[in-house]
Design a protein around this ligand. Structure first.
Ligand SMILES: *[C@@H]1O[C@H](CO)[C@@H](O)[C@H](O)[C@H]1NC(C)=O
Ligand SMILES: *[C@@H]1O[C@H](CO)[C@@H](O)[C@H](O)[C@H]1NC(C)=O
Ligand SMILES: [Zn+2]
Length: 275
């Protein structure tokens, strides 16, 4: 009896504390709804059947021969000439962060990409887990895509791979983006971010090599002619953010496509099935 009486107040205190603390960590209600994409990564909604979801729109998905993502072979890959790509995104605040079902997207249009051939405006950035690109066959836990468009509608993407940090560190930019991820656990909802500062990311991009190749969108309609610029140095990602993102994003990586210029893997497979 004495024992129980002594332990009771402890329990009360212990269970009350997380509650008080919990109010500030509780997910906020989403700020609103967005339309979810009809394609996904599961069963017949998945990448093997994107063409089947819309044969006229998505024909490049199963017939294109410069499809993304690819396995980047460092020995034979193209590289952007050092200092030739100007990636720039000013600091932003209160930006829409959407769960599209097929992905998590930050709708930020303040940002530019200037290459030796063209100049583009930011459309959005989003995340994939696991990574879509592989480097010498190795995959990474996450990948971010900054999607840019020029006035003619041509697309360029700046990509970053992430590697889990043994020091529990992420760039503050991504801590900030992911701090409200629980608010949008349900597909078709959005929230708003806190302040986003891109200086660290831009410094990272400028300080390391950049793989370059011409490929495609990795989601329907898989349009080709996309200029890919992928930082050769992965960004650090803390395990907590990674687990939180994975819980919401679940799985959204298209399978590795055939080497650039080779027949689409679906055509190869369909041909082999019928012969
Ligand atoms: C995936 O997409 C297909 C086709 O639109 C749909 O029928 C299916 O319900 C979706 N599955 C999931 C898990 O979202
Ligand atoms: C984008 O830039 C404009 C002009 O400088 C600014 O008014 C706006 O607040 C910026 N958008 C975000 C989301 O920060
Ligand atoms: Zn993407």
């Amino acid at each position: 009896m004495k024992f129980a009486a002594a332990i009771l107040p402890l329990i009360t205190v212990a269970s009350a504390a997380p509650c008080i603390h919990g109010t500030s960590l509780m997910p906020r209600a989403p700020d609103g709804t967005v339309e979810v994409n009809d394609f996904n990564y599961t069963n017949t909604g998945g990448p093997l059947n994107w063409y089947g979801l819309d044969k006229s729109e998505n024909s490049a998905c199963s017939k294109g021969s410069r499809q993304s993502p690819i396995d980047i072979v460092t020995e034979s890959s193209g590289y952007a000439k050092s200092g030739s790509i100007k990636f720039s995104v000013p600091n932003a605040d209160n930006v829409k962060f959407e769960n599209l079902g097929s992905g998590l997207e930050v709708v930020l249009t303040n940002g530019t990409l200037v290459t030796p051939h063209d100049s583009y405006k930011l459309a959005q950035f989003h995340f994939h887990t696991p990574s879509e690109h592989r480097i010498n066959e190795e995959y990474f836990p996450m990948e971010a895509h900054f999607v840019f468009e020029n006035t003619a509608g041509d697309v360029a993407v700046v990509g970053f791979l992430f590697e889990l940090s043994q020091f529990g560190y992420s760039f503050p930019l991504f801590d900030s983006v992911f701090s409200h991820i629980d608010d949008i656990a349900a597909p078709g909802t959005y929230t708003r971010t806190d302040k986003l500062s891109f200086a660290g990311l831009i410094n990272h991009f400028d300080a390391h090599g950049v793989y370059y190749y011409s490929g495609s969108l990795t989601t329907p309609p898989c349009t080709e002619g996309v200029a890919w610029y992928i930082s050769t140095e992965p960004l650090p990602l803390n395990v907590q953010s990674y687990n939180a993102v994975k819980k919401v994003l679940k799985f959204n990586a298209r399978y590795t496509q055939n080497a650039l210029g080779q027949s689409n893997l679906l055509e190869v497979a369909a041909h082999d099935l019928n012969n």
